[in-house]
Design a protein around this ligand. Structure first.
Ligand code: IMP
Ligand code: MG
Length: 178
């Protein structure tokens, strides 16, 4: 079993680069067929989805655009604490078919925030693609349209996913060793 150490923690491989790339190929085919003639705008959510967005987009075979957004945290004045705001958005998405690209959906809180803010820009449609989904952790009702893999409720890194900012640089995915 391939093991890596990131900062103070040990991880072991749980998904090979090959299986990730194969699944991304399938997703790209499905999306290319579903969005034929619609000139979709792919919206990669930074930082986590940079690798997935790049690999997926390279395999898209129709006319399509890509752009990136970031969720910036700042300290809110409300009792709920940290508030997250989408930055990098502009009016160009009005009347466009938007395809959100996420690395992982866990509780769904991030996704709900993104959906709420995006709908204000009046796109023609919004669909969601996530490479990874943790069904046991999901708390929201937002429909996830395309899922690469459903994974157990365990902490993972690699392929863009980080532990305290580290570990994004692996092309396999690794699970925290308990
Ligand atoms: P959510 O808002 O709970 O759905 O969390 C989404 C964000 O939490 C993701 O975009 C990731 O940045 C992070 N996250 C959730 N699970 C993991 C994990 O297992 N490893 C690394 N980051 C994760
Ligand atoms: Mg993320």
């Amino acid at each position: 079993m391939k093991k890596i150490k990131i900062l103070d923690k040990e991880f072991e491989i749980s998904m090979s680069a090959e299986s990730i790339q194969n699944r991304i190929g399938e997703l790209a085919e499905e999306l290319s067929s579903d969005y034929e003639g619609k000139k979709p705008v792919f919206l990669g959510i930074l930082n986590g989805s940079f690798m997935f967005s790049s690999d997926l987009f390279k395999k898209i075979s129709i006319d399509a655009q890509i752009t990136f957004l970031k969720l910036a945290s700042y300290q809110g004045t409300t009792s709920t604490g940290a508030v997250k705001q989408l930055i990098g958005l502009n009016q160009d998405i009005k009347d466009q078919h938007i395809v959100i690209l996420e690395d992982i959906v866990d509780t769904g809180i991030t996704l709900e925030t993104i959906m709420r803010q995006l709908s204000g820009y009046q796109p023609k449609s919004i669909k969601i693609v996530t490479l990874l989904f943790k069904p046991e952790a999901y708390q929201k009702d937002v429909k996830i349209d395309y899922i690469g893999f459903s994974v157990p409720n365990e902490f993972i890194v690699g392929y863009g996913l980080d532990y305290d900012g580290f570990g994004r640089n692996y092309d396999d995915i690794y699970t925290l060793v308990k």
